[in-house]
Design a protein around this ligand. Structure first.
Ligand SMILES: [Zn+2]
Length: 352
């Protein structure tokens, strides 16, 4: 096995170009940009990472195990027809045609057949537009995570999947928070199918991983732990509370640590130690990390004050658990330092 951490990405990421998110009724430039992946790849190459490959794996079997069939069908049909179905009225040259919701369900278990109603049924915000080809790009991003997980199964100890679009906000039947398919969940499901009895997921994105929590909330074979900004201050607002422990068989297998604004390295580190202890006690065969670098001090949509150096310590501490670990890229929007942060984190693993 190589000493170097293999990196997997997909060329499909470069064709994913959401233009606007609708925030408080205003169209604002989308934060989840293609520059993010460019910056990360550039930083990795500049730091001597050479095992950087694109994925060729088919992730569909595991995507279909964690997502609702009607949801996947809606996403595919809709994204296949965006250019044909969105009117040209108001579309300026250079604009990317995109679909946003206009109405959300006002009844439990909504039935929806009208396309406008389906949008609301399957989208929980206006940050996550469907564009022509979005389905394929999201499927490829999840395939990256599966390809990374397969390397673990084949004996690698550490792998980094540069997934874009990110995934941790995508629920079984809901897109949102720039996420369409839950890459980390698909990877965990792959590892279960490949023979693992237990998989742990540690989500350190500043936003609560509502999608991953949703997918595994009733299961005891996948332990989900998340450290994030309190729902009182940050998206996705409606989940991420401390008392969300899981339900049914999953009771006790969901662990949330919501934190106030302005957390620094030292305080954060105390909470990381608690998560790592819980993961160790769970004895997983594999660990999947949902890595969001929007906890960095410079992040434009963040709220914490973590430093680039700290991500090195975080990587080293995670590696010290000695579980085969797949790191899946989630958020991080300070594009100029995103690559440095990823490199610092992965070098922490290498030091170990
Ligand atoms: Zn985030």
């Amino acid at each position: 096995m190589t000493q170097e951490i293999p990196v997997i990405y997909t060329e499909a990421s470069f064709s994913h170009r959401p233009q606007y998110e609708v925030f408080r009724g205003e169209k604002e430039p989308h934060a989840e940009t293609v520059e993010r992946v460019e910056n990360i790849l550039q930083a990795l190459r500049a730091s001597g990472f050479t095992h950087i490959n694109t994925t060729t794996i088919d992730g569909m079997p595991w995507i279909e195990q964690v997502h609702d069939a009607a949801y996947l069908d809606f996403l595919k049909q809709t994204s296949d027809n965006v250019d044909a179905s969105v009117a040209d009225k108001g579309v300026k040259p250079g604009d990317v045609k995109a679909i946003y919701p206009s109405v959300h369900p006002y009844v439990p278990n909504p039935r929806a057949t009208n396309p406008l109603a389906e949008r609301g049924k399957y989208m929980f915000d206006m940050y996550t537009p469907i564009m022509q080809g979005t389905y394929e790009v999201a499927v490829e991003s999840a395939a990256c995570a599966v390809a990374g997980a397969k390397l673990l199964k084949d004996g690698e100890k550490q792998v980094y999947a540069l997934t874009r679009p990110p995934g941790h906000h995508a629920e079984e039947a809901m897109m949102g928070g720039y996420c369409y398919i839950n890459n980390a969940a698909v990877a965990a499901q792959y590892l279960r199918s490949a023979g693992a009895d237990r998989v742990a997921i540690f989500d350190f994105d500043i936003h609560h991983g509502n999608g991953t929590q949703n997918i595994f909330y009733g299961r005891d074979d996948v332990f989900f732990a998340s450290i994030h900004a309190s729902p009182d201050i940050k998206f996705p607002f409606y989940t991420g509370y401390e008392d969300e422990h899981g339900e049914g068989d999953g009771a006790g297998f969901n662990y949330n640590i919501p934190l106030p604004e302005g957390i620094d390295d030292a305080t954060y580190d105390v909470h990381v130690a608690k998560v790592l202890k819980r993961i160790r006690d769970f004895h997983p065969n594999y660990l999947v990390v949902s890595a969001g670098f929007d906890t960095h001090a410079k992040d434009p949509i963040g709220a914490f004050r973590l430093t680039t150096d700290y991500f090195g310590k975080l990587g080293k501490d995670i590696a010290s658990l000695e579980f085969p670990t797949l790191t899946v890229q989630e958020g991080g929007y300070a594009t100029d330092v995103l690559g440095e942060n990823v490199v610092s984190y992965l070098k922490g693993f290498r030091e170990r």
